[in-house]
Structures are given as C-alpha cells and as structure tokens.
Design a protein around this ligand. Structure first.
Ligand code: ADP
Length: 260
C-alpha cells in the first residue's frame, strides 16, 4: 500500500482553483522533495495531505484509506508533521515536548503509560537528544530544538513524516545534521518522508525524487538529475542559474543579472 496516492485532486481558495487534476504519489521508504517558488502550492499540498484542507474533487489515499473519511486524529496516528515554525516560549522540558507526540495514541482522559515513555525515549535516542533530558526546550539551540521536534514526530510512531522546510533558519552545520538525520530515519526505520525544500542543492543531494511545482501544477518530477536542470529551474523560478554536478551532487548558483 502506498503511503500516499493523490489522484485528480482539485482544490482552491475563495472559488478559484489552485490545484486542478493534481496527481502524485509518495512511495514506501522514499525521500521525496517538493520544490517550487513561493506561492506554488507546497504548503497547501501539505494541508491537503493532512486533512487540514479538504479536497473539492479527486481523492487522497493514505496507506489505502481515503483521507476524506479520516478524522485529523486518525490521520495523526500514521502521519507526523514537522512544520516550519518552531514553537516559541514553550516552558516544557525536552521529554515533555517529545511525549506530546504520544497524544494521538493515548485514549482520552488517560495519561501516558510506561510504553509511551519507552517510545519517547527511543525517539530521543534515535534523534540524538537523549542527553538533553531535563533541559528546558526554550533554552536549546535552533538545531537541538529541531531535533527534539523530530523526536516528538517519531514518538507518534508515524509511517509517514511530512516536513515543511526543516532546515529554514538553521546554519550550515545544523542543515546538514537535520538532513543526515532524516536520511538515516528513512534507511533505519523505513519511513516515507516528504520534505518541502527551498535549498535546491541540498534537495538534489539528499532526495530520491523531486517534484517541482508551479502555480499548483507539477512542472516536472523525477530524479534530482532529471529535475534540476538549468532549463527547468528557469521555467519554475523565472531565474537563470548555473547547475554543476560533481560526485553526484548538484551545485546550483544564481546568475547575478546586475553583473552581466
Ligand atoms: P507555497 O507554500 O508554495 O509558498 P502556498 O500553498 O502557501 O504556496 O500558497 C499557494 C497559493 O494559495 C498562493 O497564491 C497563496 O496566496 C494562496 N493561499 C494559501 N493559503 C491561503 C488561504 N488560507 N486563503 C487564501 N489563499 C491562500
């Protein structure tokens, strides 16, 4: 059963249509990058996948089940989301944050049991934040916070992980750390992962497959090599770029128009 199968979906805001007959899949144990300029529909797509926005036409199947028939709580049992904005001014400890990931699985009015603590601990070990137990979430660095948030997502025991620009606001070292972590999670626990990404070079380096959106349409999709061509990027982002490949990794640089 595919983690996600999106078929002929239409959706728009205020009477207009952003997506029209939109199709995509997310395969098992796949790292799929969704790229595209601002306003192309990346965040809207995440909201459709998680049932925050409901499709007007077409269907979204999550592990074979129609998302339209699932409540947000049911979706949260198999899909974890790491959104772009990190919580601010959270007076919770690291372990309290991670335990929040167990909420979709805890029956109403029952606090977590020892199995929940065990799963939270495993998630902290996997993401390398177990040494931060006892610390206040507020006092962590940006990279540490992002790893705690990913631990919270894993404590949810998801089959699918959706991340909206997980490296935004992080410096180079932490960008690499977070993407290495996501790559390892896919390999070690077979998660299907969809990431919205802005950095095309990083997307090309880490992702198995890329989808480039423009105005709610799939402009192109395929391996990073197929998608990240100067022609596709020009078409998608309205900008001239140079694309070089070395050791199988793309290097994409913007051509400065004022300097030509
Ligand atoms: P991206 O994440 O690629 O920047 P979005 O999905 O946020 O794109 O937005 C796609 C389009 O939908 C944009 O034109 C945006 O203005 C519009 N849009 C997004 N959210 C809303 C909303 N809640 N109400 C109305 N229009 C919206």
């Amino acid at each position: 059963m595919k983690p996600y199968s999106v078929r002929n979906v239409s959706f728009g805001y205020h009477g207009g249509l952003l997506f029209r007959d939109f199709n995509m899949t997310l395969e098992s144990a796949e790292l799929l990058g969704v790229i595209g300029p601002n306003g192309s529909g990346k965040t809207t797509l995440l909201k459709l996948l998680t049932g925050v926005n409901r499709v007007s036409q077409g269907s979204i199947k999550l592990l074979g089940n129609d998302v339209a028939k699932l409540s947000r709580a049911e979706i949260a049992k198999s899909v974890a989301v790491v959104s772009q904005d990190q919580p601010q001014d959270f007076v919770f400890s690291v372990e309290e944050m991670v335990m929040m990931g167990r909420l979709p699985h805890v029956p109403r009015w029952q606090w977590e049991g020892s199995k929940d603590w065990e799963l939270a601990r495993e998630a902290m070990i996997l993401t390398g934040v177990d040494h931060l137990i006892g610390r206040n979430f507020n006092q962590l660095s940006g990279g540490e916070r992002q790893r705690v948030i990913i631990a919270r997502a894993l404590a949810q025991e998801p089959k699918v992980l959706l991340l909206d620009e997980p490296t935004a606001h992080l410096d180079l070292q932490y960008q690499g750390e977070i993407l290495d972590l996501v790559w390892r999670l896919r390999k070690e626990i077979g998660l299907a992962v969809l990431l919205v990404m802005h950095d095309l070079s990083l997307a090309g380096q880490y992702m198995d497959r890329l989808i480039m959106l423009k105005k709610g349409k799939v402009l192109c999709s395929g391996t990073p090599k197929e998608v990240l061509t100067a022609k596709n990027i020009r078409e998608g982002f309205n900008r001239e770029v140079d694309v070089f490949w070395s050791n199988g990794h793309p290097h994409i640089s913007i051509k400065a128009q004022v300097l030509v």
